[in-house]
Ligand binder design. Structure first.
Ligand SMILES: *Cc1c(COP(=O)(O)O)cnc(C)c1O
Ligand SMILES: [Zn+2]
Length: 396
């Protein structure tokens, strides 16, 4: 059931929030975190049947570039609350030389490194900080493996909000510096992101900070889902055959899958065939791969997580069951790659194509190679790998 049904053209068609676990409904006009009954992420619903009547996909194409040109399917109701730094509309680049070496004729990279703060975390934090501002929140807190903290600090600064960040002490220096220079309070933690999450959660409860941890509020995934809308537009309102995504918390994977569902309901796709979704993780932290191989519906906590790809050092995502559901429903798969292969493909992408990818991004090429070897792909399929950030952020 949708509240707030719109009967006219609107800035946003946001309707309400729904628990992804038990289906309970929550008002989108109030501050919510995750479902108090079943501890699952909340997802935003839009009144898409009305949007379908009033919003023209080709008009969106002619707007000023950036994520917020999709405002009708983003959660912010007033334009003055959209905190933007130029996120989104990243290039979809063909990879002719790498493709040729793998026998693939239609290989692309969605290169997210040109986002503000150098990673695709900007998309999610732009949406979450904007909506928090609209709801009257003044203090945001986050546990992070690095890039989410830097992005939150930047958007909080621009929104004139206070920011507190818990990071493992081995987080890349760039993340610590970009956060501090934007005025965020940074606390370095002995441990990994799950340890940081515990401490951030406690401070949030004690001091009244709003926790924007992955999937513990409903709106970061809304920003990330726009990658799915952009891909649909890039492929002329069809979807690619395969999407290969480096999975930590899984915001982008779950978000794009949500976008494809919305695009179908909006009637914007000319061909309803959905991509096969591939989750890439590091051998030293592969809870999704392990669960997928067991056909499980949730992940076990991965102890002793270790990998150079800090964004993949997530021992258990809060949205583990949603990630797995997307892999099963899409007929996709999950692949673990070694740190050595990541270092190798990072060089290859830079030398053959001129792209200095983050280790997480390079991991998707390492996974693609394994899939080609298993004949999991046809040579003429449209394959998109994701470079989620810039390699420049990992120099110490
Ligand atoms: C956070 C991060 C990831 C993982 O993204 P999720 O959407 O949380 O799975 C991948 N790559 C980089 C560079 C990141 O910062
Ligand atoms: Zn619930």
């Amino acid at each position: 059931m949708l509240n707030n049904l719109k009967t006219h053209q609107a800035i946003s068609y946001l309707a309400d929030l729904q628990c992804s676990g038990c289906g309970s409904m929550y008002s989108a006009a109030e501050v919510h975190t995750f479902c108090p009954d079943c501890q699952s992420p909340l997802m935003a619903n839009y009144d898409l049947s009305t949007a379908r009547r009033y919003v023209d996909r080709d008009e969106i194409h002619s707007r000023l570039k950036g994520m917020w040109r999709w405002r009708e399917v983003l959660p912010v109701l007033e334009t003055q609350n959209m905190i933007a730094l130029g996120e989104g509309d990243t290039p979809l680049l063909p990879l002719p030389r790498v493709g040729k070496s793998l026998g693939l004729t239609r290989l692309f990279v969605k290169d997210e490194s040109s986002n503000p703060t150098g990673s695709f975390k900007a998309r999610g934090l732009s949406a979450a900080v904007s909506k928090a501002k609209e709801l009257g929140i003044r203090k945001v807190i986050i546990p992070t493996a690095g890039n989410a903290g830097g992005a939150m600090a930047a958007y909080a600064a621009r929104a004139d909000m206070r920011a507190m960040i818990y990071m493992p002490k081995d987080t890349p220096n760039a993340n610590i510096m970009e956060s501090r220079i934007a005025g965020a309070e940074v606390i370095l933690v002995d441990g990994i992101i799950s340890d940081a999450a515990g401490m951030a959660g406690e401070t949030a409860r004690r001091e009244g900070w709003f926790d924007v941890s992955t999937f513990k509020e409903p709106y970061r995934v809304e920003g990330k889902k726009i990658m799915g809308y952009e891909l649909a537009e890039n492929f002329n309102w069809e979807l690619p055959d395969v999407i290969i995504y480096p999975t930590g918390g899984g915001t982008g994977l779950v978000g794009m899958w949500k976008a494809f569902e919305e695009l179908e309901q909006l009637g914007w796709l000319d061909n309803a065939k959905r991509p096969r979704m591939v989750s890439v993780q590091a051998e030293g932290c592969a809870p999704v791969v392990k669960a997928f191989e067991k056909k499980a519906s949730f992940c076990d906590f991965w102890t002793d997580a270790k990998t150079i790809a800090s964004g993949l050092r997530v021992p258990k995502s809060f949205a583990d069951s949603l990630i797995l559901k997307c892999l099963y429903e899409s007929d996709g798969t999950a692949v673990a790659v070694s740190d050595a292969s990541i270092t190798e493909t990072q060089k290859e992408l830079a030398r053959a194509e001129g792209i200095f990818a983050a280790p997480e991004g390079a991991a998707t090429l390492a996974a693609l190679k394994a899939l080609v070897q298993q004949n999991w792909l046809q040579p003429d399929e449209r394959v998109v790998i994701f470079n989620t950030g810039s390699g420049l952020k990992y120099l110490d």
